[in-house]
Write a protein that binds this ligand. Structure first.
Ligand code: BES
Ligand code: ZN
Length: 468
């Protein structure tokens, strides 16, 4: 690091407490994008972020309406000759159910043992404020940023990013940049920094089966009619064989198998399988012949995310329901596509349903897999910035989660995407007691401050891949 960096470091570190305080206030706004009753809160969250961005020194900040929930755009443009970085994050959060399992009120954040607990602390509000408070720290130290910085924070990432492509198309000029830095991912452990270079895609469906026009008295009709819960259970139970493989014909057709060398590299990532499962008390499962790391990153899945139907109230009700439902999803790997897998799974489900059973299978949302090159200069320089803060070279990892907007940023804007996030596997994102490790956010602030200096030093030219 060069002279004056002690000053920068201190000024960025001085933003640690403001970050915790700001994040606590923001987490207090329950921006659950999948809940229509929370639409007002998602809008309030957007307004909060706009104001926060201005307070941190962004010179333009706007709420961008969509046909769904609003996004927030902010920028600080310094000089057109400098590289322009577009930071992506999302300000919406997942629902909190099952709420009884939280140690705290999910939207009344709690600071405990160096962590901040609350819905959205890690996924993804903490990441956005990590960037904005770093901006404030850099400005405090130097009065100006070394690059042009833009921020786009989406308001419906957790609900499938339905309007993101439209939004990007409508604001192409505003969003133009040299590189996108997406901060919505994590690392393997606090002392094991990582950059993500692959994400799985997603297809999410709802399945309904109907066996009668109406609910039926289980004594009058029982024994003589089909039961939709039993039919559905059997259909779902048959989706995997006893080796953990998906039984759907064609499901694996497009899967790009890894070479022995690629598998060796993945196996060399220091990943503690027991340490990954134990903190969440999870029973290991999955496809035979693959490691836990492979199962969760390079293999596709077909999961049952929810199942319901029939009587759920107090006491007994002797009834055979007319319908039963399930929510299913697949994580997709290169080169699977959502339409291809949807077709395969839908055909399978319709073919295994007994005669007379009506099957309704619908896609709810989807997003493609992502692979980013590890040898792109923007990724290399990000790795250098991370190494300078963590004191160790980051490993390149693939993640099992999905961020559909990454493909939009790459496809619509032609941007190389650097996936830099500071989450940890034990952050319990999407689950009760979500938390963020504050030290990770603090290191993250230092890392992005360092990254912008390295990008500035490389210049626009140095940030493009060398022509072969
Ligand atoms: N931050 C996650 C994605 C993620 C999770 C990346 C873990 C790396 C590690 C993101 O907010 C998310 O949850 N995405 C959804 C996308 C879906 C709703 C289309 C996901 O993966 O389920
Ligand atoms: Zn999420």
């Amino acid at each position: 690091m060069t002279g004056g960096d002690g000053l920068l470091r201190d000024a960025v570190a001085a933003r640690e407490r403001p970050l915790v305080e700001g994040l606590s206030r923001w987490v207090g706004i329950p921006s659950v994008s999948t809940d229509p009753e929370r639409a007002g809160d998602v809008a309030a969250s957007a307004a909060f972020l706009r104001d926060y961005a201005l307070a941190c020194g962004m010179t333009r900040a706007e709420v961008w309406e969509t046909s769904g929930h609003p996004a927030v755009f902010a920028e600080r443009l310094v000089d057109p000759r400098l590289p322009t970085v577009l930071v992506y994050g999302h300000h919406d959060v997942q629902p909190v159910d099952p709420e009884a399992e939280w140690d705290l009120a999910p939207f009344v954040p709690l600071e405990r043992d160096g962590q901040l607990l609350g819905r959205g602390t890690a996924d993804d509000k903490g990441h956005i404020l990590m960037h904005l408070e770093a901006v404030r720290g850099i400005l405090d130290a130097r009065g100006q940023l070394p690059i042009n910085l833009k921020l786009i924070a989406e308001g419906e990432e957790e609900d499938g990013s339905e309007h993101f492509e439209e939004l990007v198309r409508a604001h192409r000029a505003d969003l133009a940049a040299d590189v996108a830095v997406v901060s919505d991912t994590g690392m393997l452990a606090e002392d094991l920094p990582a950059l993500t270079v692959g994400l799985r895609g997603l297809a999410y469906w709802e399945l309904g089966v109907q066996t009668a026009e109406t609910d039926l008295h289980s004594g009058v009709y029982g024994g003589a009619v089909m039961n939709p819960l039993a039919v559905l259970s059997e259909m779902l139970a048959g989706l995997h064989d006893r080796h953990g493989r998906v039984t759907v014909r064609g499901f694996y057709d497009a899967v790009r198998e890894l070479s022995a060398e690629e598998r060796r590299q993945l196996g060399a990532v220091p990943f503690d399988e027991a340490g990954f499962l134990a903190p969440v008390g999870a029973a290991a499962g999955g496809e035979e012949g693959f490691s836990t790391m492979e199962r969760r990153t390079i293999r596709p899945t077909l999961e049952i995310c929810g199942i319901w139907g029939g009587y759920q109230g107090l006491g007994a009700k002797t009834v055979i329901p007319a319908r039963a439902w399930a929510k299913l999803s697949s994580r997709l790997v290169p080169d699977q596509t959502a339409p291809q897998v949807t077709e395969a799974v839908g055909t399978h489900l319709r073919s295994v349903a007994p005669p007379g059973v009506r099957v309704d299978f619908r896609l709810i949302h989807d997003g493609p897999f992502v692979l980013t090159p590890t040898d792109h200069p923007a990724v290399r320089l990000a790795a250098e910035a991370v190494a300078a803060v963590w004191g160790r070279e980051p490993v390149y990892i693939r993640e099992g989660g999905s961020i559909p907007p990454v493909a939009t940023l790459a496809g619509e804007l032609g941007l190389p995407c650097v996936l830099f996030g500071v989450g940890l596997p034990e952050d319990r994102i999407h689950a009760p007691n979500e938390r963020v490790v504050l030290a990770q956010l603090f290191r993250g602030m230092q890392a992005v401050a360092g990254m912008w200096d390295l990008y500035a030093a490389a210049g626009v030219e140095g940030l493009s891949p060398r022509p072969d």
